[in-house]
Design a binder for this molecule. Sequence first.
Ligand SMILES: Nc1ncnc2c1ncn2[C@@H]1O[C@H](COP(=O)(O)OP(=O)(O)OP(=O)(O)O)[C@@H](O)[C@H]1O
Length: 301
Amino acid sequence: MASAPTTKAAAGAAAQDPILKVEHLSMRFGGLMAINDLSFECRRGDITALIGPNGAGKTTVFNCITGFYKPTMGMMTLRQKGGQDYLLERLADFEITKRAKVARTFQNIRLFTGLTVLENLLVAQHNALMRASGYTILGLFGFPAYRKASKESIELARYWLDKASLTERADDPAGDLPYGAQRRLEIARAMCTGPELLCLDEPAAGLNPRESLALNTLLQGIRADTGTSILLIEHDMSVVMEISDHVVVLEYGQKISDGTPDFVKNDPKVIAAYLGVEDDEVEEVIAEVEEVAHEVEGGQK
Ligand SMILES: Nc1ncnc2c1ncn2[C@@H]1O[C@H](COP(=O)(O)OP(=O)(O)OP(=O)(O)O)[C@@H](O)[C@H]1O
């Protein structure tokens, strides 16, 4: 059965130990070293953002963590609340979801568009329901365990419908929802699998400011109410700076900065990577930008 949300107190009590340790990760595609000796940690209960310019290797890291790619080298250790360790590079993708409890969403939304919103959340709990049925037709009708599991599945789906502000759309086909609501449904569906680590690939992409705000509220709620750790790739810096506890910055497959949003925002290496200039040119470029901004301001007065 997918785990029900824990209380705020329990979430707060979660020690700040790493839930995920990535050590010396490398991924080569032919002659291209997409990830080169990358190490970082995600602390339990934190929202960690992985950022960097286009082609820096963010999605490749996600694909390694979630088992879509087998890394050329390196270790990725997922430590669950109970202390159980999983070496993700040794697990098949379905085992990473099922046993290690890592859930993910994709850059392109992947919902069952013909099913209703509620059905999408119930399908996510299919594994738990099948287990409770004893994998028999008889079990589907007769086992009290199945009836209990199916009641719990509906309760969990209702909980996430509410958290994602989708209760009123529960019976509508998922494909009829506006874009921002589809993104929230995808996250709610991932949460119905009871993950310890939720990986989100550009959750704010294509959202308008109102939808972006609803997304922030949902993610902050997940952190506060369930203690689930979140790792996200995001280009929208307003989302990253507002909700992240910790930011890891990649450039050309290597880590160039790692720290709090404030630290990273002011790190000359990060500014240089985003501006596409050398580190020692950053101050000069910033001074030029400030000068232009003053001129524009002066012209507007
Ligand atoms: N399956 C693949 N085969 C060959 N090269 C790949 C593959 N996947 C990614 N790459 C290359 O690896 C590098 C990193 O790509 P990746 O998609 O991980 O970057 P990213 O930081 O997620 O970029 P974006 O922000 O544009 O999504 C790029 O040069 C990309 O072309």
